[in-house]
Design a protein around this ligand. Structure first.
Ligand code: SF4
Length: 180
């Protein structure tokens, strides 16, 4: 609650039990602490994610323990591992099935840039097919790195205007990917 700015309450609704803030900030705070990740894990980085979910690192501390394997009930797509070009349309389909607002994290070198697999069969970064909000470096990134990436997503979510998805810049970004 500390980074939510309270404003003077209007007369009649002041005192304990009332507070006034902007709706955007309240929604941002609620969303950022209740993200539902969809883990799209294809190889070794996925194992690091398993560790991140385990009791030692415990992503649940950030309100994200409810993993979703259904795109319709997820708002954070976490792509972890090598994405073969054959798999790219599947990943894109999963992204398209997620409802707005949705965010994307590319975890590890493979998801971010193809990693060491500079070959004809591997996608050279998932941002060739879908927009990415946060990239996590490393091969593989340690769970601390994944958590850092997750906290950066939380910052984005917390500060995002409720109207961002209607803005022309956002529509333009999606249009670049051929998404309406
Ligand atoms: S970035 Fe490294 S650890 Fe992660 S999937 Fe690629 S090869 Fe495996």
């Amino acid at each position: 609650m500390s980074d939510i700015k309270l404003v003077e309450a209007p007369p009649g609704v002041e005192g304990s039990g009332f507070f006034a803030t902007s709706l955007d900030q309240a929604i941002g705070l609620a969303r950022s602490c209740s993200l539902w990740p969809l883990p799209f894990a294809t190889s070794c980085c996925g194992i690091e994610f398993m560790a991140t979910m385990g009791s030692h690192y415990d992503l649940a501390r950030f309100g994200a323990e409810r993993l979703s394997f259904s795109p319709r009930q997820a708002d954070l797509l976490m792509v972890m591992g090598t994405i073969a070009k054959k798999m790219a349309p599947v990943l894109r389909q999963v992204y398209l099935q997620m409802a707005e607002p949705r965010w994307v994290m590319a975890v590890g070198a493979c998801a971010s840039s193809g990693g060491i697999f500079d070959t004809y069969s591997v996608l050279q970064g998932i941002d060739e097919i879908i927009p990415v909000d946060v990239y996590v470096p490393g091969c593989p990134p340690r769970p601390e790195g994944i958590i850092d990436g997750f906290m950066n997503i939380q910052k984005l979510v917390k500060t995002e205007s409720g109207r961002r998805r209607e803005e022309p810049q956002y529509k333009e970004l999606l249009a670049k990917y051929g998404i309406q």
